[in-house]
Design a protein around this ligand. Structure first.
Ligand SMILES: [Zn+2]
Ligand SMILES: [Zn+2]
Length: 241
């Protein structure tokens, strides 16, 4: 059976439901998409935090530091971490819906292009610890990273950054405790990265502590720039990277 016929039959028996409103129709209705909390300019050009006015950098003490003092060069996120966007991420986390993955990959690619980050050399995700990976069966951020590498035709480095130490949940920890909790948690197992620019994917950015810790490891492995790209962004004012 050819693929078009097969997908036509699947659509007939399982008509696509909108990922936002769950009604039968498009994968995401244009009107439903328009309601989603996209992060558009103005936002901080380092940490990606939405800003009320067109200043290019937010006033968090960390973003005001010089670029050499940061391991993560910048962060951009597709959505504010609001209810609708949050639910999409949670569904991805716990159900691994493949049409949702495809759609989120296209939205991530849109944010990458809006921010002119498609000039990167490679893509990888913040890894899960192997025990969590076994429990869940897949790393949701890894699915997005692999999808994005195909979508943007970039090298995938998925699986080469590993979580070498289990960490306690970051929920409820403040910025500096999150940074401490993540210290030494990741190891690069690939070849030296020699001046490469990498897109580092995660589902949510809260304070940036996890992205930042990964970026530090990638820089030690030779990467020259690391750009964090996440599906959602929590709006804490004091970002921590
Ligand atoms: Zn809809
Ligand atoms: Zn900032």
């Amino acid at each position: 059976m050819n693929l078009r016929l097969l997908s036509g039959l699947l659509d007939f028996f399982y008509p696509p439901r909108c990922l936002v409103c769950n009604k039968i129709g498009a994968q995401v209705h244009p009107a439903c998409r328009a309601e989603l909390p996209f992060i558009l300019a103005p936002f901080c050009s380092y940490c990606g935090l939405p800003l009320p006015t067109a200043a290019s950098i937010c006033d968090s003490s960390l973003c005001l530091r010089s670029p050499e003092e940061r391991s993560l060069d910048r962060v951009c996120s597709v959505f504010r971490h609001s209810q609708g966007a949050r639910q999409s991420v949670l569904r991805l986390k716990y159900k691994g819906v493949s049409s949702l993955t495809d759609w989120l990959v296209s939205e991530l690619a849109g944010a990458v292009r809006r921010n002119k980050l498609e000039v990167a050399d490679g893509v990888l995700a913040v890894p899960l610890h192997s025990r969590r990976l076994r429990e869940r069966g897949y790393n949701q951020a890894g699915l997005l990273a692999v999808g994005l590498s195909h979508y943007l035709n970039l090298t995938s480095y998925e699986g080469l950054l590993v979580r070498s130490r289990e960490t306690r949940s970051q929920v409820g920890l403040d910025g500096s405790s999150r940074t401490k909790n993540m210290r030494g948690a990741f190891t690069w197992q690939g070849k030296p990265l020699e001046g490469q620019t990498l897109l580092l994917i995660d589902d949510v950015c809260t304070t940036g502590a996890t992205l930042s810790e990964c970026a530090g490891v990638l820089k030690l492995a030779g990467a020259s720039r690391v750009w964090g790209v996440t599906v959602t962004r929590e709006l804490r004012h004091e970002s921590q990277y």
